[in-house]
Design a protein around this ligand. Structure first.
Ligand code: DGL
Length: 264
């Protein structure tokens, strides 16, 4: 069986590729819902519906474990998927998100009392980051900032405009004297170097933390790990092939990938 990696679009490729580098032996199926991206400004009901359809697709394609690489999907639908969807439909499969690994990394940094997070409007609106942080490390203060201009900027090769926009978004976080900053969105992995130049605290980028957390999870859960195929097979599927995707995929994953168009 495979490890599925789901994202609302192509941004999750940055996390998927980092996972594949850390854990190359497993078989992977990436699904990007490029037809309906972005999720980041949609309602919770719509995100639940889209994530449910993606999970149905990936589980029916023989995935044992699915990583919701999309922060918006993790924030809005992970809990629901684990508590309601899986028990009803696929009780022996698993869904994991990317918020908890990021939160764990953020609080492990020195004596982090003040954690900042930047993410899409839906992720911030969901309150999931403060909830997870409070669960893990009660008393730590969280400073959240919705940064809706960043996804379109990254998608449209607009990194040269990022500094001025980030300057604005990071100002309140700098003022709050945060001790660490979570980049709470797939696409922000591409901005990590710039953000690190611009803010004077450790910056948590999910491509750097999720692979190790997944490796630890698989070590702890031999009942899941033993079911995974280990032929190094990879497939990349999308629900639409938008113009410019070849360039974007190269920027995200560092190589050209064969994307297969599917209906979910
Ligand atoms: N993948 C989304 C996330 O990580 C960003 C793109 C979107 O808004 O769908 O939040």
């Amino acid at each position: 069986m495979k490890i599925g990696v789901f994202d609302s679009g192509l941004g999750g490729l940055a996390i998927a590729r980092a996972i594949m580098v850390r854990l190359p032996e497993y078989d992977y199926l990436y699904l990007g819902d490029t037809k309906r991206v972005p999720y980041g400004n949609r309602s919770q009901a719509t995100i639940h519906q889209f994530v449910g359809e993606a999970l149905d697709y990936l589980f029916n394609q023989d995935c044992q474990l699915i990583i919701l690489a999309c922060n918006t999907a993790s924030a809005e639908a992970l809990r629901h998927s684990q508590q309601h969807y899986l028990p009803a439909k696929f009780p022996d499969r698993r869904v994991l998100g990317v918020l908890i690994p990021a939160v764990e990394a953020a609080v492990q940094v020195g004596n982090a009392d003040r954690v900042g997070v930047i993410a899409t409007a839906s992720t911030i609106e969901s309150g999931s980051y403060p909830r997870e942080l409070d669960r893990l490390s009660p008393g730590v203060e969280i400073y959240s900032q919705a940064t809706p201009l960043l996804v379109p900027l990254v998608e449209n090769d607009g990194l040269k405009y990022a500094r001025v926009i980030l300057e604005d978004y990071l100002a309140p976080l700098r003022e709050a004297k945060i001790d660490s900053l979570i980049l709470g969105c797939t696409h922000y992995c591409l901005l990590k170097d710039l953000v690190r130049e611009m803010i004077d605290c450790p910056v948590i980028s999910q491509d750097e933390v999720v692979p190790e957390k997944l490796a630890q999870y698989l070590d702890r859960h031999s009942e899941i790990e033993s079911k995974l195929g280990k032929t190094g097979d990879r497939s990349y599927r999308v629900t639409d092939l938008p113009p410019g995707y070849v360039d974007f995929v190269r920027r995200l994953s560092g190589e050209e990938l064969n994307l297969e168009l599917v209906r979910i």
